[in-house]
Design a protein around this ligand. Structure first.
Ligand code: KIV
Length: 312
């Protein structure tokens, strides 16, 4: 009996030992992977405590890609910033993903300032670019400048983005003259959706492609620090990138550009209905949130939450 007991104890101890070793190895792998990730991320980040428009020019010159994402609130902006993103765009896509509008047209300047100010409060390192919403810069350049000044002053933004080329050249130049950095936006410009009638790929025809290239050159000459090109053929985006010396950031514009931008909610998988070809989902946040809410609801109903330790 004593021999059997002795054997059982040693088998049990060996099993425990093996289990502890395995767990130690598991945590070691996780830790190493995390630090490798941090080391990779910091290649771009370490050198810059604050990303500026100048940094973006340096990144283009070095051939290092620029990573840009949208954000609309303090909490998400803080997470995205700490993860090492270069540029945060407070896009007027807030009109769709935050407010549930069908287009970007309804969002107002006051609402954009509210989102932008929340984002700026959460950001320590990234460059924060804010969209001028529809109707705040097209009528005349003085109104455009007034709108841009409000965004810079009231939200604390670092730069503004405007959709369009030669049609809004006056507005762009007036804003730039006031010392406000401007980012252009060509190709699919969602504020003009009712003119296009569709969200499909732009500038497939030669005439439109030539105009887009001219507009990009005009934006560079005027003094814009960068251009977003949305949903245009990859070859055209590559040509624009090679033609201008300012960074060209693509969305649905292929890989041969200086950087990429995506709408945060789309890349986190918060919107299952929106599935364009260019979108890569990095998370199923819709599924994760839904599971968490279901679990919580069940726990509340069966009086499992809160337990004794979760109360005062
Ligand atoms: O508003 C937005 O999110 C944008 C990006 C799609 C570039 O303009």
């Amino acid at each position: 009996y004593r021999l059997v007991k002795h054997c059982a104890i040693s088998i049990f101890l060996t099993a425990c030992h093996t289990l502890i070793n395995r767990m130690e190895y598991f945590f070691y792998v996780i830790k190493t992977k995390k630090s490798t990730f941090m080391a990779n991320m910091s290649k771009a980040t370490q050198n810059y405590t604050r990303i500026t428009t100048r940094t973006l020019a340096e990144l283009k010159a070095k051939g290092e890609k620029i990573a840009m994402l949208t954000a609309y609130d303090f909490t998400m902006a803080g997470i995205v910033d700490k993860a090492g993103i270069d540029v945060i765009l407070v896009g007027d896509s807030a009109s769709n993903v935050m407010a549930g509008h069908e287009t970007t047209l309804p969002i107002t300047l006051d609402q954009m300032i509210y989102h932008a100010a929340s984002v700026v409060r959460g950001v320590e390192r990234a460059l924060v670019v804010v969209d001028l919403p529809f109707g705040t810069y097209q009528a005349d350049s003085k109104e455009a400048l007034r709108s841009a000044i409000r965004i810079m002053k009231e939200a604390g933004a670092h730069a503004v983005k405007l959709e369009g080329g030669s049609q809004i050249q006056d507005s762009i130049e007036r804003i730039l003259k006031a010392g406000i950095p401007v980012m252009g936006h060509l190709g699919l410009t969602p504020q003009s959706i009712y003119k296009f009638g569709t969200y499909s790929v732009r500038a497939k025809e030669e005439e439109e492609a030539e105009q887009l290239l001219k507009d990009a050159q005009m934006l560079e000459k005027s003094g814009c620090f960068g251009i977003v090109v949305e949903k245009i053929p990859a070859k055209l985006a590559e040509k624009v990138t090679q033609t201008v010396n300012i960074p060209v950031i693509g969305i649905g514009a292929g890989a041969q550009v200086d950087g990429q931008v995506l709408v945060l909610n789309d890349m986190l998988g918060m919107n299952k209905e929106f599935s364009p070809r260019f979108l890569r989902r990095y998370l199923d946040l819709d599924g994760a949130i839904s599971n968490a809410v279901q679990e919580y609801t069940t726990d509340v109903k069966k009086q499992d939450f809160p337990n004794d330790k979760e109360q005062y």
